[in-house]
Design a protein around this ligand. Structure first.
Ligand code: ATP
Length: 350
């Protein structure tokens, strides 16, 4: 489980020609610190450098086509080998990760294609948050590879290594800066890195907050917000982008349990918001979303149904099933049936 003090987006902080710092903001170091509860201290990047590069859709891009659920077996791997991988943005290949004696990931392999809305499900403690952190570059795998647009990443993220792709991680907790106002939290990266005038950033922050259903909260501190409002502020922070740039900067967003702890209606708001910022559709402001693909780790049925198209089921360190969302509840695979129904009978034992 991730519970972090900050939400990060892999946009530049003080790197990549960081140009300007708002005088309304306190000084922040190059590495945006993350609470000790969120990231393995030993593995946390020091002086982290993050990507500001923009990613264009692959040439000859064809939308991803997933034709059904399948259990992971050799035949499916053979099939995958014949696929056109020009639209694969992130690939985890046989990834292993242990924490001491705990072997959490034991050979996890999957691809995230351009345009995908992917969900990762599975029992608590199976490593869902861990795989997100590995993709985001906060943790390094012990074994196996993470490929970013076909290029193997060595160690943790650096600008050079992942140039060509922005990856944002929205932590399970809203992870806002307590001492900054909502405006400063949402506009943080723009204040730090863009050349936009401050009044324009403030305008954009207000628009983005409106897009997540929040009005008139710009001057509040996070402590003055409800849990659901904090989540929406965190989402606003993850989707805001520099509108003065000629090219939209698509990115892959990784959401760790974005609807956990929300009431059903607030969950729906967040689920629709996640959908709306996807490149395929327009956001609440009528702009094309800039998120090329996204991954949602969730336990919530409503989020599975509403926010994602394809699912990976992680269990005992491996992807044991994958399929389209509508196949989840009708699957006859025992482990999926048990999980979908919440039954105590089945292969998963607590
Ligand atoms: N930095 C760490 N140091 C030691 N153990 C860790 C660390 N991070 C995760 N773990 C352990 O790895 C296991 C998997 O954790 P992870 O948070 O990835 O699971 P999860 O599938 O996301 O769980 P949940 O659904 O409950 O959020 C857990 O047993 C957790 O205690």
């Amino acid at each position: 489980m991730v519970s972090a003090a900050v939400s990060i987006s892999h946009s530049p902080l003080n790197t990549c020609g960081s140009s300007r710092r708002s005088n309304t903001l306190p000084f922040f170091p190059t590495f945006l610190s993350v609470s000790s509860s969120s990231v393995d201290d030993e593995n946390a990047p020091r002086n982290r450098r993050v990507s500001c590069a923009c990613v264009a859709p692959p040439q000859n891009y064809q939308p991803a086509n997933f034709n059904g659920a399948h259990k992971i077996d050799n035949s499916s791997i053979e099939e995958e080998e014949e696929e056109d991988d020009s639209d694969v943005l992130i690939e985890c290949r046989d990834v292993y990760k242990s924490f001491g004696e705990k072997h959490i990931l034991r050979g996890v392999s999957f691809k995230i294609r351009h345009g995908e809305a992917l969900g990762i499900i599975g029992p608590s403690g199976t490593g869902k948050s861990t795989i997100l952190k590995i993709m985001a570059g906060l943790l390094a795998p012990d074994k196996g590879e993470v490929l970013i647009r076909g290029r193997r990443r060595h160690g943790l993220i650096s600008d050079e290594e992942i140039s060509g792709l922005r990856i944002g991680l929205v932590f399970q907790s809203a992870a806002l800066f307590d001492s900054l106002t909502v405006r400063e939290n949402v506009g943080f990266l723009l204040y730090e890195n863009s050349t936009m005038p401050e009044d324009k950033i403030a305008e954009l922050v207000t628009e983005t907050l409106a897009a997540v259903g929040l009005k008139g909260v710009e001057d509040r501190l996070p402590s003055e917000l409800s849990g659901g409002m904090k989540k929406r502020v965190a989402l606003a922070r993850s989707i805001i982008f520099d509108v003065t740039k000629a090219a939209i900067e698509p990115e892959v967003l990784l959401y760790d349990e974005p609807t956990a702890g929300l009431d059903p209606i607030a969950s729906t708001v967040v689920e629709d918001l996640i959908r709306s910022v996807h490149m395929k559709g327009e956001d609440a402001l009528g702009r094309l979303g800039n998120i090329a693909s996204y991954v949602v780790v969730t336990h919530q049925h409503s989020t599975i149904k509403r926010a994602v198209d394809r699912l990976l089921f992680l269990y005992e360190g491996k992807v044991v099933w994958q399929g389209m969302t509508h196949e989840f509840s009708s699957s006859t695979t025992p482990i999926v049936r048990q999980f979908a129904s919440g039954s105590l009978d089945g292969p998963i034992r607590y």
